[in-house]
Design a protein around this ligand. Structure first.
Ligand code: AMP
Length: 581
């Protein structure tokens, strides 16, 4: 016991370490790059680029090119196929991470190693330490909607799974969660169950059983929390009945989950009645989380970027419970921690940890007119401490797991500095929406346009459950198609207004001018059957993705034919915009 207490990390020490690292970010970056390059100097990749053992940033950036995942794909494939050579890293890669692939429609293989797990823990500890100053929690549990996806062996015998699964399976994860006083209230059998619907049901059930101990409700991405409570609306009476009788619903068929849950579930009519009463007294489920979990201190998950559209619903469920946005990372590696937990999720920033990788930033400032874009040479990336406040950049990562000058494809904005490390705001994925003419709309523009149009539905007490888009080039001129799932039946009149509003709220000058001269056709709004986005989620989970990392694809391209089919087969109504005459 004493030994365990001694090993627990001290949040103030974590903060002191973070302050020291960020005060000296430039030097730490140089040291980190040196360490990565030294460790991997004999790899085929670095030898090929003729680094010759040099480890300084200038030589590195002049010898080694910027790459995308596509460039590295054949090399990662060789690793997955079991090549015995040190291709990207000196130490053999034993695990492969599968990115969620929900933004670009294609799952990517990326190398994973213990350093990435350690980086993850450093990020978790750092943001927790800052969070705990503002929102201290006592000993308790977390209702964490986390899922271990299926792992499989690659041709070369390497274990492959999603990044979150690799982390959840690690011993360090459990220890860190315990240190952070938020061990998951559900048993491992539920987290690693073979069917996510069954796991989700049991997460909810465990949460209710431990309702007085729950301090935090969390998931990796906020979508998963909203999705879980939407499911709760459908199954709450069944959950109450399980608690009342002490017998698990027949919908749970997996024997390992049943055995694990049987140990926890005892007849408790009093608890069941209390939950029943609380749920029955709510109006449209407002404040559900607050009512169910009397000691919950905050709700925690990534709420920025493509998660922002779920915030309204999350706030509705949360009632008065604060929403705290989590850190910024990817399957390829972590980038920054949210060290300002009191900021509203929409304003969340991420302070880059200078010792977890070497970071560069490609400036994205517009120079010249759209016509000159063709001849424009992309600006050179700048170092971590050379970025400028107010500017947007694409993130480039060099990691301990074999990625060198890797373009992540994310756009961030520098909004300030924490000591000498930048604080980033996530803007969007780069190039998500293909161009029809000279339009340059991003995921963020789409989000803002949907947000504006969805306001028209509130008069009818309706909401957009989820949305995506497609750039339809099958007829001349091409046009945008936006798919909506709406929570109930809206009138044609309102939906037509929504469609016009969607079209007219894209502010990008290229789009507006192309619409005016009909070089881009009228925007089309297609309304989907209820449950369509659940089908898309099921499709990704069926491919081995996990709910943890699920992000609704915001623009579906032709490579993603299955999702396009789901969308097209579930359209119930469609409208053409009359916004530009
Ligand atoms: P994955 O492919 O599942 O590893 O997802 C990684 C991607 O999720 C990143 O490249 C970002 O586009 C997005 N992402 C991760 N963290 C955040 C965050 N805090 N805010 C917004 N988007 C994020």
């Amino acid at each position: 016991m004493l030994e365990e207490a001694e090993k627990r990390f001290d949040p103030e020490e974590v903060i002191a370490e973070f302050e020291a690292l960020t005060k000296d970010a430039k030097r730490v970056q140089v040291e980190t790059l040196k360490k990565i390059l030294k460790e991997n100097s004999e790899t085929e990749y670095l030898k090929k680029w003729g680094l010759d053992g040099k480890t300084d940033p200038e030589s590195y950036c002049s010898c080694v090119p910027l790459v995308t995942h596509k460039d590295l794909e054949p090399l990662i494939q060789q690793i997955a196929d079991g090549s015995p050579h040190p291709i990207l890293t000196a130490k053999p890669i034993t695990t492969i991470t599968l990115s969620s692939g929900t933004t670009q429609g294609k799952r990517k293989f990326v190398p994973f190693n213990d350093e990435l797990t350690e980086n993850t823990m450093q990020i978790y500890r750092t943001s927790y330490a800052f969070r705990n100053r503002e929102f201290p929690i006592g000993n308790g549990k977390a209702l964490s909607f986390i899922y271990g996806s299926k792992q499989f062996k690659t041709k070369g015998g390497l274990l492959a799974g999603t990044a979150t699964t690799n982390v959840y399976r690690s011993e360090q994860f459990k220890k860190t969660m315990k240190d952070m006083q938020t061990p998951c209230c559900s048993p491992d059998e539920v987290i690693f169950g073979p069917d996510f619907q069954q796991s989700l049901y049991c997460h909810l059930l465990c949460g209710l059983i431990f309702r007085n101990e729950i301090q935090v409700i969390s998931s990796t991405f906020a979508h998963s929390i909203v999705h879980s409570f939407r499911c709760f609306e459908l199954v709450w009476e069944e959950l109450c009945s399980d608690i009342k009788t002490g017998t698990l619903s027949a919908r749970i068929t997996d024997p390992t989950i049943r055995t694990a849950m049987a140990k926890m579930l005892k007849p408790d009519p009093e608890l069941a009645d209390k939950i029943h009463e609380k749920c029955s007294s709510l109006t449209n489920w407002y404040g559900l989380i607050e009512e169910l979990f009397p000691n919950v201190k905050y709700i925690y998950g990534i709420m920025t970027g493509s998660m922002e559209p779920y915030l309204k619903k999350l706030r509705h469920y949360a009632g008065g419970i604060p929403l705290l946005s989590a850190d910024y990372g990817s399957s390829e590696g972590w980038i920054g921690a949210n060290v300002n937990p009191t900021r509203p999720p929409e304003m969340a920033t991420f302070a880059v940890l200078p010792n977890i990788g070497y970071f560069e930033f490609i400036p994205l400032r517009e120079i010249g007119s759209p016509e000159s874009a063709l001849v424009r040479v992309e600006p050179r990336p700048v170092g971590l401490t050379d970025v400028e406040v107010g500017e947007e950049y694409e993130v480039v990562v060099t990691s301990f797991a074999g990625l060198y000058r890797y373009r992540l494809g994310d756009v961030v904005k520098v909004v300030g500095f924490h000591n000498s490390t930048p604080e980033l705001q996530f803007v969007c994925r780069r190039n998500l929406m293909p161009t029809i003419n000279i339009d340059k709309n991003t995921e963020k523009d789409l989000q803002l346009s949907v947000e504006a149009a969805a306001k028209l539905l509130t008069a009818e007490k309706l909401e957009v459950v989820d949305f995506t888009s497609q750039v339809d080039l099958s007829s001349e001129p091409g046009h945008y198609v936006i798919f909506w799932e709406v929570s109930g039946d809206a009138s044609d009149e309102i939906l037509q207004d929504c469609c016009n509003c969607l079209d007219s709220t894209f502010v990008d000058a290229g789009y507006v001018s192309s619409r005016k001269v009909q070089a881009i056709g009228p925007l089309e709004l297609k309304v989907l059957k209820k449950g369509s986005f659940q089908k898309i989620l099921d499709h990704y989970v069926g491919l081995g993705s996990t709910l943890n990392q699920f992000k609704t694809p915001r623009c579906v391209g032709p490579v993603n034919q299955t999702v396009l089919n789901i969308l097209c087969n579930n359209v119930v109504k469609s409208y053409m915009s009359g916004a530009f005459g």
